[in-house]
Design a protein. Structure first.
Lengths: 262, 452
C-alpha cells in the first residue's frame, strides 16, 4: 500500500510539472503568425478537423465512427477541455495543452512540433471561430488548482469513494467505476452533436479514458469545469465550500487507475 | 442442393453477425499495434478499419511514421537508451495472425475424370493461422524511419523478411522528398495499395504440381500472363501480384508532395525480376506514379493515381529464349464518404521484345480489374464486396481469363481483432471446361485477423 502511495505521489508531482510546462509564453498573433499556423494546420489538422475547422475532415468519421467523440468543431468555439468555468470560454493555454498532449485514444499529441509552432496553430485555430470575440472579453478566470492541501492517505481515498457515491457518479460510471451500469439507461446519452455517448467512454479505470488528462490536476479540472458538449457536468458549485472533497475524489479515481479497484 | 449449402450457411452467419453487431456497443479507445501504443490512440485514428488506411494514416505512412506535417522523429516515447522499459519496446513491435478457420471449396467437375487435370474435389478443411507476421518499425531519429516485416507462411513452412527498409524523410524541405531504401511494396502510396485490402489473398490448391483451383486474389495486380518465367526458370504464376504491385521488391524509391496535399509523386528503381539480392539481368526496372488528392472536409476524400512500370529484360517466355521486357501501366482510385470506402484499379501488363518465333501464339497484352466497396455498417461490422476480372495474356493455348465476385462480413470484436465470413463466386463457371479458372465454383471461408 505504501508503494502505491509513493506511486500516486509521483503521478501528482509529474502532473504538476506537465501543467506547468504548458504555461508557455505566447506572442501576440500577427498575420505572419496566423499564416504560419494555417500552413501547419493544413498539413496536420485538416484530416480530422476539416479545412474550415468544422470537425468534418476526411478521416473524422473513423475515429469513433457512429459514437462520440468527433473531432472538435472550431467554428463553434466551444471546447470540452478547459480550465475555465462551465459556460465560459476557453483560454489559449487550453488549446495549447490539447495540441501538446493530444486526446488519449482519439487525437495524437503534437508535442513534436516546436513550442512556437504550437502557439502559431493556436492563433490560427482561433480565427476559425466566426464570432471570435475573445479579445473584447475581460481576462478569463481559470481555476486555480495550485498545490493541493489534501494529503494522499487511505482515509482520503475512502472519503473519495464516499463522495463518488454521494454525488452519484456511479449512475453513469458504474458501481466499480468501469462504466458497467446494469440497466444502462445512460445509453440514451448524447453529446452536443447528437452522437450517442456511453459511460464506457469515461471508464475511469482505463487511463486512455482520461481524455482531459490523467494527472491529478487534470481530473480535478474535469470535475470543476465539466466537459461541455457532453453529459459530464461541472461540479464546481457542489464543491464550492468543500474543495477538499474534490481532492478526495481525485485520489479515489487515481487509486482505481493503478489496476486494483477498491 | 449441396452446392447451396455453403451459401445458406454463409447467409445465416452473416445475419447472425449483423444481429450481434446491432447491439449498441461503442468502440473503446485502445492502443493496439506499435504506432497506436506509441501515440496512445485508437488504431482507427489511422485506419478506416485495419488494414485499410484513412487519409490521416496515409499521410503518417508517407511521412516516415511521423505525425503528418511534423518532423517529430517519433518524439513521443523517445527515451535515453538506459531508460528503456518493456513498454517502450512494445512501441516498436507488433504482430499479426490471420487465416481461415474453415475453408470450403466446390468444383463443377470432380475427379477422378480422364479429362480433368489434377484432383479437384469438393472439400472442407480447417487451418488457422495461415500467416504470422512480426512487425517492427518506427522512427530512429528525426526524419529517419525503418520498417521490418518478418512473415511466416505456415502451410508453406517458409519464413522470410517480406519487407525491410529504412527511410530518410523530408529531404530538402518538408514533404519535398522521402527516400525508401530496401525491400518494399512499390504500390504502398497509390490509391489502391496491394497490401491494404479487406479481403485477404487465398492461396491456390495445387496437387502434385497441378493447379486444381486458382487463388482468390486481386486480378488487377496479378502477373496476368500464362507462360512467363523468371530469369532463373521459375514459372511465374499468372495470379501472383507483380511489378508495381509486387509485395516486395528491392530498390530505392522517392515520393513527396512538394506542391501541397493535392499532388503526390513517386519514382523508383528496382532490381526487378523478383531478385532479392543481386541483379542478374543488370538493367533495372523503374517506375513513376502520380496521385491527385481531394481531402479537405465534409467527411469526404477522393484520390486517383496513375502509374507506369517499365521492366527491362525481367522475364522469359520459355526457358531457352532470350529475355523479354514485362511492363505494367494503370490507374487506381479511392472515394470515401463517411462509412463508405470505394476503391478500384485497372491495370494493363505488356510484354515486349518477344522472340519472333513465338509472336503468333502469345498474346503480349493482358489486363485486370479489381473493384471493392467496404461499408462500415456499424462501428463493428464491415461489409465488403469485391469484383475481379482478369483478361489473361500469354500463350493462347494456355491462357484462361476469369471473373470472381467476393462477399465478406467482418466483425471487429475490437478494432484489432476481427472475425470474418466470406464467399467467393466464380462468375464464369457457366462457361464450363476443365481449367482451374472454370471448374472452380465457389469458396466459403471463415477466419480471423488478429493484430497486437
Amino acid at each position: 500500500m505504501l508503494l502505491r502511495f509513493h506511486f500516486l505521489t509521483v503521478i501528482l508531482v509529474i502532473g504538476g510539472l506537465l501543467v506547468s510546462n504548458v504555461h508557455a509564453i505566447q506572442t501576440e498573433p500577427t498575420p505572419e503568425i496566423i499564416a504560419r499556423g494555417k500552413i501547419l494546420y493544413d498539413r496536420s489538422c485538416i484530416f480530422c478537423h476539416g479545412v474550415q475547422g468544422k470537425g468534418d475532415g476526411p478521416a473524422a468519421f473513423f475515429g469513433a465512427s457512429y459514437w462520440a467523440p468527433r473531432a472538435s468543431d472550431f467554428t463553434v468555439g466551444q471546447y470540452k477541455f478547459r480550465s475555465t468555468a462551465s459556460g465560459k470560454s476557453h483560454t489559449d493555454e487550453d488549446l495549447f495543452r490539447i495540441i501538446t498532449n493530444g486526446v488519449p485514444g482519439y487525437m495524437p499529441p503534437f508535442v513534436g512540433w516546436p513550442e512556437e509552432d504550437r502557439w502559431h496553430v493556436v492563433s490560427y485555430v482561433k480565427t476559425l471561430h466566426s464570432t471570435n470575440s475573445r479579445h473584447n472579453e475581460k481576462p478569463l478566470e481559470t481555476f486555480q488548482i495550485g498545490t493541493q492541501n489534501v494529503p494522499l492517505t487511505v482515509e482520503s481515498i475512502e472519503q473519495g469513494r464516499q463522495v463518488y457515491f454521494k454525488f452519484e457518479c456511479d449512475a453513469c460510471h458504474g458501481h466499480n467505476a468501469r462504466g458497467d451500469v446494469p440497466d444502462f439507461e445512460a445509453q440514451d446519452l448524447k453529446d452536443n452533436l447528437g452522437m450517442p455517448i456511453r459511460p464506457t467512454d469515461l471508464d475511469l479505470t482505463n487511463p486512455y479514458s482520461f481524455k482531459n488528462g490523467a494527472a491529478a490536476h487534470d481530473i480535478f479540472g474535469t470535475l470543476m469545469t465539466g466537459l461541455i458538449g457532453t453529459p459530464m457536468p461541472s461540479y464546481a458549485d457542489a464543491f464550492a465550500q468543500h474543495e477538499d472533497d474534490a481532492w478526495h475524489l481525485v485520489h479515489y479515481i487515481l487509486s482505481l487507475s493503478q489496476g486494483s479497484g477498491p | 442442393m449441396d452446392q447451396f449449402r455453403p451459401l445458406v450457411l454463409g447467409s445465416l452467419v452473416t445475419v447472425f453477425a449483423i444481429a450481434v453487431s446491432s447491439f449498441p456497443s461503442p468502440p473503446e479507445a485502445q492502443a493496439i499495434p506499435a504506432y497506436a501504443r506509441k501515440y496512445k490512440v485508437n488504431c482507427t485514428v489511422c485506419h478506416t478499419r485495419p488494414p485499410r488506411l484513412n487519409t490521416f494514416g496515409e499521410r503518417f505512412l508517407e511521412n516516415g511514421y511521423q505525425m503528418p506535417g511534423t518532423e517529430d522523429g517519433g518524439i513521443v516515447g523517445k527515451k535515453q537508451l538506459g531508460d528503456l522499459t518493456l513498454d517502450d519496446v512494445t512501441n516498436y513491435l507488433a504482430f499479426r495472425l490471420r487465416g481461415n478457420f474453415l475453408r470450403n471449396f466446390n468444383f463443377a467437375r470432380k475427379s477422378p475424370g480422364p479429362d480433368v487435370p489434377g484432383n479437384p474435389e469438393d472439400r472442407t478443411d480447417f487451418g488457422w493461422p495461415e500467416t504470422f507476421q512480426l512487425f517492427t518499425g518506427g522512427t530512429l531519429t528525426t526524419n529517419v524511419g525503418f520498417f521490418v516485416d518478418v512473415t511466416h507462411d505456415l502451410p508453406a513452412g517458409n519464413t522470410d523478411i517480406a519487407r525491410g527498409y529504412f527511410s530518410l524523410n523530408n529531404l530538402g524541405f518538408h514533404n519535398l522528398a522521402h527516400l525508401r531504401i530496401g525491400k518494399f511494396d512499390p504500390s504502398a502510396y497509390s490509391s489502391f495499395p496491394l497490401l491494404r485490402q479487406q479481403l485477404d489473398f487465398v492461396r491456390p490448391d495445387v496437387n502434385s504440381g497441378v493447379l486444381d483451383r486458382i487463388p482468390l486474389a486481386s486480378n488487377a495486380f496479378a502477373a496476368k500472363f500464362f507462360g512467363l518465367f523468371e530469369r532463373d526458370g521459375t514459372p511465374i504464376a499468372p495470379f501472383r501480384a507483380s511489378l508495381f504491385h509486387s509485395p516486395n521488391e528491392v530498390g530505392i524509391d522517392v515520393h513527396g508532395r512538394p506542391f501541397g496535399d493535392w499532388f503526390l509523386y513517386q519514382v523508383g528503381i528496382l532490381n526487378g525480376a523478383n531478385e532479392t539480392f543481386g541483379d542478374s539481368n543488370n538493367p533495372k526496372d523503374w517506375y513513376v506514379m502520380v496521385r491527385l488528392d481531394q481531402a479537405e472536409s465534409d467527411l469526404f476524400s477522393a484520390n486517383i493515381s496513375g502509374f507506369a512500370y517499365f521492366g527491362n529484360n525481367n522475364a522469359k517466355v520459355a526457358l531457352n529464349n532470350s529475355d523479354v521486357s514485362w511492363s505494367q501501366y494503370g490507374v487506381s482510385a479511392t472515394v470515401r464518404y463517411k462509412m463508405v470506402d470505394l476503391y478500384g484499379a485497372y491495370v494493363i501488363d505488356r510484354v515486349t521484345d518477344l522472340p519472333q518465333a513465338l509472336a503468333s501464339g502469345f498474346d503480349t497484352t493482358a489486363s485486370g480489374v479489381t473493384v471493392e466497396a467496404d461499408v462500415l455498417a456499424t462501428d463493428r461490422l464491415l461489409l465488403s464486396i469485391r469484383y475481379d476480372h482478369l483478361d489473361a495474356g500469354g500463350f493462347l493455348a494456355q491462357r484462361k481469363s476469369n471473373s470472381l465476385l467476393a462477399l465478406q462480413a467482418k466483425y471487429y470484436l475490437r478494432t484489432n481483432i476481427a472475425l470474418f465470413i466470406r464467399d467467393d463466386f466464380n462468375l464464369r463457371k457457366a462457361e464450363g471446361g476443365v481449367s482451374p479458372a472454370r471448374n472452380f465454383r465457389n469458396a466459403f471461408l471463415v477466419g480471423a485477423d488478429l493484430i497486437f
